[in-house]
Design a protein around this ligand. Sequence first.
Ligand code: ADP
Ligand code: MG
Length: 263
Amino acid sequence: MSKGRIIAIANQKGGVGKTTTTLNLAYSLSELGKKVLLIDFDPQSNLTMCFGVDRPDELETTIYDLMMCIIDEKEMPDKSKYILSFNNLDLIPCSIELSAVEMSLVNVMSREVILKMLLENFKNDYDFIIIDCMPALGMLTVNALAACDSVLIPATAQYLSAKGLELLLQTIARVKKRINPNITIDGILVTMFSDRTKLTKEILNLMNDAYSEYIRIFESKIPVSIKVGEASYRYKSVIEYQPKSKVALAYQEFGKEYLSYGN
Ligand SMILES: Nc1ncnc2c1ncn2[C@@H]1O[C@H](COP(=O)(O)OP(=O)(O)O)[C@@H](O)[C@H]1O
Ligand SMILES: [Mg+2]
C-alpha cells in the first residue's frame, strides 16, 4: 500500500455505523503499527465528540476553516493549532460550521476537489487518512469521494435489503467517470450484525448473490453490542474500552482483513 492512502467511509444513510467504523478501524490500524489521521467530515461532529470535545462549535479551527483557506487561497494555520491527538490517533475536527461550506462551494472553481487539495498537505505524514462522511450524497460527500483512493461502505443487513446501496454506487460511478478515475470500492462491511435472527442470514445470502461478484463483502461482520454505546460515552474506541468483547475482536479482525487485501 502506498503512503497516505485515503479512505472514505460513506453511506448516505445515518445510523449504519460509519463513525463507529471510522474510529475502530483507525484504532485497529494504529495497533497494527500504522499512523492514521481521521477527518471528521460530518457537520454533526460525532467523531469529534468521540475525541472528548463536548462543544465542537467552540473549537478555534476546524475542517471548515481549512476548506475555506483552500477556497480563498489563503495560507493554512499551523498544524498544532487544529490537529487533535488522542489515544494514538490524530483528528482534524469538525463543527456545524462545515454545513456552510456547501453554500460557499456554489461559486467556487473546481469545487469538487477542495478537500483533495487540502489533504495533499497531510499525505506524507500518515499511512492512512480516513474520512468519516456525512449521511448525504451532496457536495461534501462528493468532495470526499473525489479525494479518496477507496471507499468503504458500512451497512446493516436491513439497509442492504432496502436497496439503498444503488444510489451510493451510482454516485461513486459518476465520480469515477468525471473526477476521480482511480477510485475503487474496498467493499461492504456489515455492521450491527446479529446471526441469531434468521432474517439477517437470509438477507446476507441474498446480498451475496446480488453483489459479491462485483463488490467484496468483508468476511468480518461487526456484531450488534451495547458495548459500542458504552465506549463512546467514555470517549473510547470499543477496542480500548472492552478489548475482549466480541465487537472489539471483530473490529480488530476487520483491521487485519482490510490490510490483507493490500489494495
Ligand atoms: N455494532 C454496534 N452495535 C450496537 N450499536 C452500534 C454499533 N455500531 C454503532 N452503534 C450505535 O448506533 C448508532 C449509530 O452509529 P454511528 O457509528 O454513529 O453511525 P453513522 O455514523 O452511520 O450515523 C450510535 O448510537 C452507535 O453507538
Ligand atoms: Mg456518523
